[in-house]
Design a protein around this ligand. Structure first.
Ligand code: CMP
Length: 224
């Protein structure tokens, strides 16, 4: 079994034999950078686990403005909401890089949920963790200023995609500044200003679609 699957809630509850059987019912699908995996409002019939690459989950407000709900990387799962609550997709999934996904048809997952309570429990735990994260983001949106939210977003991306290097934490997030602004819930101009301020203070270094966090402690303090 691929290394990445070990940390996926669906698999972590299973023994090697169960995990191999579940893996056998998944299909590998590949997407190029910019490809749309599914769109908000589509009928959902499968969930996905990211095997390689990154996926952004975007949500359009009624006035057409886009927000980013999350960026998914290797080991992350998405597309399960329309299984538990049958209905249209709640977000649009777009590949930020060339991406390999493992798709699991909702019908193929059902027997696992009823026959192996530990799989259902692991999925409930993953959902509960998502609710916690959404709550955190919501209170930040209400109580933190834009620089604080930008700092927190960079730290979250760093936790997920960061790579320790001699000069700091290198974070290849693959987001444009517009997408970073959509993730933070602010205008591109305000987010750019916050980023420029962090650069001037020596907390981060900006590169195209990546950032190096050079002063983790100060950035953490700003995020609080
Ligand atoms: P589904 O509605 O089937 O398709 C879109 C998916 O995006 C959804 O399932 C979830 O897996 C995922 N998703 C929706 N909202 C969030 C969120 N706030 N944080 C992380 N993932 C989400």
């Amino acid at each position: 079994m691929e290394v990445v699957l070990g940390g996926v809630p669906l698999f972590s509850a299973l023994d090697a034999e169960g995990a191999a059987a579940l893996r056998a019912s998944m299909q590998e699908v590949r997407f190029g950078k910019g490809d749309v995996v599914f769109s908000e409002g589509d009928d959902g019939d499968r969930l996905y686990v990211v095997s390689d690459g990154k996926i952004k989950l975007g949500h359009a407000a009624s006035d057409g403005r886009e927000t980013l709900l999350a960026v998914m990387g290797p080991g992350d799962m998405f597309g399960e909401l329309s299984l538990f609550d049958p209905g249209p997709r709640t977000a649009t999934a777009t590949a930020l890089t060339d991406t390999v996904l493992l798709g699991l048809h909702h019908q193929a997952l059902r027997p696992w949920l009823t026959g192996r309570p530990e799989v259902a429990e692991a999925l409930l735990q993953a959902l509960a963790q998502r609710v916690r994260r959404v709550n955190d983001n919501l209170s930040e949106l209400v109580f933190s200023d834009v620089p604080g939210r930008v700092a927190k977003a960079l730290l979250d991306l760093g936790e997920k995609f960061g790579e320790s290097r001699a000069d700091g934490l290198f974070v290849e997030h693959d987001l444009t500044q517009e997408e970073l602004a959509q993730l933070v819930g602010a205008s591109r101009e305000t987010v750019n200003k916050a980023l420029a301020d962090f650069v001037a203070r020596g907390w981060i270094r900006l590169e195209s679609r990546s950032v190096t966090i050079t002063d983790l402690e100060r950035l953490q303090r700003r995020a609080r």
